[in-house]
Design a protein around this ligand. Structure first.
Ligand code: ASP
Ligand code: MG
Length: 246
């Protein structure tokens, strides 16, 4: 049995139709005989909306309370995605950062991962559950909720892949891979089928949003091969690994 970590960004789970689309992707991979850990972001623009709400109350809100607030976006999306999987007749369980011992430092709103216990995830997989984990959030040594910085769910997925020695780490997003230029602005942008961690790091450093910079750093450190695929098309994506030098 192989273990797949599948990460779905906010635009992939933005509404009911998409939640069922994602649930079907997960179930298909599950039925092909894989253990599945899905890592999910907050729906659509939820995180931005929560930031806006906080500013209406206090533009100097403490970072600790910002984390309590922003982490609710992922809490809602994992529950809704589980409900969609259950509705389709399969067993799923949602887990929040603290439930999987996603330990970070105390740098609220930009926390770094320190350790990760995989016991609970493994226990649920053993029960044949599809495991759906809230991205972006962790817990510090004082049991306070932390978040990993905007776009941090990619890093959650890579960290879980590394800790569990997953057979695949797939990042599903709204573009079908990594391009040399923004494909929405430049119609002749070229898609890479494979690129190296270092080249990907250059791209994220110069503003490419398809993957989070820290996620790529972590992938490089622990040799996690990342596959970038689109939730919306069947197109072949991009593999980010240490093996190609381009
Ligand atoms: N929901 C968070 C954000 O919007 C984390 C993520 O999407 O990766 O930044
Ligand atoms: Mg993202």
């Amino acid at each position: 049995m192989s273990l797949k970590v599948l990460k779905f960004g906010g635009s992939s789970v933005a509404n009911k139709t998409l939640l069922f689309k994602v649930a079907n992707i997960i179930i298909n991979q599950y039925l092909s005989g894989n253990d599945i850990v899905a890592v999910v972001s907050a729906q659509g623009k939820t995180t931005n909306e929560l930031v806006k709400k906080s500013q209406e109350i206090n533009e100097f809100a403490s970072a600790r309370e910002m984390d309590v607030l922003l982490s609710t976006g992922e809490q809602a999306s994992v529950a809704l995605l589980c409900m969609a999987v259950e509705k389709l007749g399969f067993k799923a369980i949602s887990l929040l950062g603290w439930q999987i011992g996603f330990g970070t430092d105390s740098e609220h709103q930009n926390a770094r991962i320190k350790r990760l216990t995989t016991k609970r995830i493994r226990k649920e997989l053993k029960k044949n559950n599809i495991v759906i984990v809230a991205g972006f959030q962790g817990i510090n040594d004082w049991e306070d909720i932390t978040t990993l910085g905007r776009g941090g769910s990619d890093t959650s997925a890579v960290a879980i892949s590394a800790a569990m020695n997953a057979d695949a780490c797939v990042i599903y997003t709204d573009v079908d891979g990594v391009y040399d230029m923004d494909p929405n602005k430049f119609p002749n942008a070229k898609k890479f089928s494979k690129i190296s961690y270092d080249f990907m790091l250059d791209l994220t450093a110069s503003g490419t949003k398809v993957l989070n910079h820290r996620a790529v750093e972590m992938a490089k450190k622990y040799s996690v091969e990342i596959k970038v695929l689109s939730t919306f098309t069947e197109n072949e994506g991009t593999i980010v690994s240490g093996r190609v030098h381009k």
